[in-house]
Ligand binder design. Structure first.
Ligand SMILES: C[S@@+](CC[C@H](N)C(=O)[O-])C[C@H]1O[C@@H](n2cnc3c(N)ncnc32)[C@H](O)[C@@H]1O
Length: 229
């Protein structure tokens, strides 16, 4: 089977990750979570719930937050079949040493969803703000750090180069530092947008660097993008 056909997802899926995974994706140290943190495209991730419970100041944003929790849970169920099928078909493109199996991943995604739903109900707008890149409803410099997990670059076929440039400029407007992971496409190839993005921000006089992270699931996805003003 062709690589491109293994993951047949209808758009960007609401599949969320846990705090320990975010720590690894972004090589987060305790100090990184001391200021205000923005998680963009956070979906049903439990990062905001778990990090807030540990004392961090996190705002999560996603267009999904226009919806009630039960509808988000329903969307998760609707996309579950395609996600699991994609993981099974494309098994060879992942390193399984950490997760073990597609079924173990589903268990972790369900844990994240449950933690997210409880916090979404409890904290509401204190933690969750409906917003869509490339425009965000926050003041300049409102956050010390902005994180984008499994949205930019990964969905590079849905989101074009111009969108990436505009979205990353917007993230750098609201945060002093931006971290993005992963940097490869859903089809397992390095994002074709990345070289142009690095060149663009270097030309703009920003610090744009690729930083190794202590995580690898999609084979070859071992670095995050770090941008600083
Ligand atoms: C694959 S999920 C990743 C969720 C979370 N960041 C994680 O890694 O667990 C991608 C999320 O991006 C959201 N999304 C799609 N388009 C977006 C946009 N233009 N701006 C912000 N978020 C968007 C989707 O609703 C979805 O929840």
């Amino acid at each position: 089977m062709e690589m491109e056909q293994e993951f047949k997802l209808d758009g960007i899926v609401p599949w969320g990750r846990r705090l320990w995974e975010y720590r690894a994706f972004f090589a987060l140290e305790e100090a990184d979570l001391r200021g205000a943190v923005l998680d963009v495209g956070s979906g049903p991730s439990s990062f905001a719930a778990e990090a807030s419970a540990a004392g961090a100041q996190v705002t999560a944003t996603d267009p999904l937050y226009a919806l009630p929790g039960e509808t988000i849970a329903q969307r998760f169920e609707e996309t579950r079949g395609a996600m699991m099928e994609g993981l099974r078909q494309a098994r060879h493109r992942f390193r399984w040493s950490q997760y073990g199996s597609p079924e173990a991943i589903e268990t972790i995604r369900r844990e994240a969803l449950a933690l997210f739903l409880a916090d979404y109900e409890r904290a509401g707008a204190r933690h969750y703000v409906e917003a869509s890149l490339p425009k965000l409803p926050f003041a300049e410099g409102a956050f010390r750090l902005a994180l984008s997990s499994h949205l930019l670059f990964l969905y590079g076929d849905d989101l074009d180069f111009a969108f990436h440039i505009e979205a990353l400029h917007e993230l750098l407007r609201v945060a002093g530092e931006v971290r993005v992971f992963p940097l490869i496409n859903l089809d397992g190839r390095p994002s074709s947008h990345l070289p142009g993005v690095l060149a663009h921000f270097a030309r703009e006089g920003m610090q744009a660097e690729l930083v190794p992270v202590p995580y690898e699931f999609q084979r070859g996805a071992t670095k995050m993008l770090r941008l600083r003003r």
